[in-house]
Ligand binder design. Structure first.
Ligand SMILES: [Cu+2]
Length: 229
């Protein structure tokens, strides 16, 4: 999860997010190089009084400074498109979970099981266990096995919501009457926090998402205890 005054993105917990972090760093390198060059030219312009006429009518230099930015843009666009289509791919999921956004909680249905459904409400500040995070902890964690391709179906019951977990690189709109799907594989065990990411009403800030990645045994234990509830 994010820490106070964090500037960058959260650490990656899925291959998708790792790719996104690489794209972010790549784009930032381009931004820094261009900014440095522009800053250098501006400082030259304001500190030099001489006028040089070398570039007044130079077809060659015109061609270069038109084509070069186009190439730079393509070098950013192509990796971006690659990740976009990778994220869209649904490859034989081991598990399918359906989540529905409500005002103001998320409900989950594990459709591979007979009757595994639950609502996930935020834990109120006064009820928090020591060490847990305010406004992010939920009473029921969405538990998934680690390293398993998981399909998430996202919908809403009342208004627009958005199911988002930054460390997994996920953000899927929850639209009433529409079923969106997204795919993730969590690469390490842990608790991953997210929040509703579509302004959905008065308690929009109070419907967090907690995904817990465990090994397969712990997941089986969790599912049997949830079935007995
Ligand atoms: Cu919402």
């Amino acid at each position: 999860m994010a820490h106070p005054a964090q500037l960058g993105l959260q650490n990656a917990a899925s291959p998708t997010m790792e790719e996104l972090l690489h794209l972010h760093d790549h784009a930032m390198m381009v931004v820094f190089l261009i900014s440095t060059f522009v800053l250098y030219v501006i400082s030259l312009l304001i500190t030099t009084t001489l006028t040089q006429t070398g570039t007044m009518n130079a077809q060659m230099v015109e061609t270069i400074w038109t084509v070069l930015p186009a190439i730079i843009l393509i070098l950013i666009a192509l990796p971006s498109l690659r990740i976009l289509y990778l994220m869209d791919e649904i490859n034989n999921p081991h598990l399918t979970i359906k989540t529905t956004g409500h005002q103001w909680y998320w409900s989950y249905e594990y459709t591979d099981y007979e009757d595994l459904t639950f609502d996930s409400y935020m834990v109120q500040t006064q009820d928090l266990a020591p060490g847990s995070t305010r406004l992010l902890e939920t009473d029921h964690h969405t538990t998934v096995p680690v390293n398993s391709p998981t399909r998430m179906l996202v919908s809403a019951d009342d208004v627009l919501h958005s199911w988002a977990i930054p460390s997994l690189g996920l953000k899927t709109d929850a639209v009433p009457g529409r079923l969106n799907q997204t795919m993730f594989t969590i690469s390490r065990p842990g608790l991953f926090y997210g929040q509703c990411s579509e302004i959905c009403g008065a308690n929009h800030s109070y419907m967090p998402i907690t995904v817990e990645a465990t090994n397969l045994n712990a997941f089986e234990n969790w599912s049997t205890t949830m079935l007995q509830l």
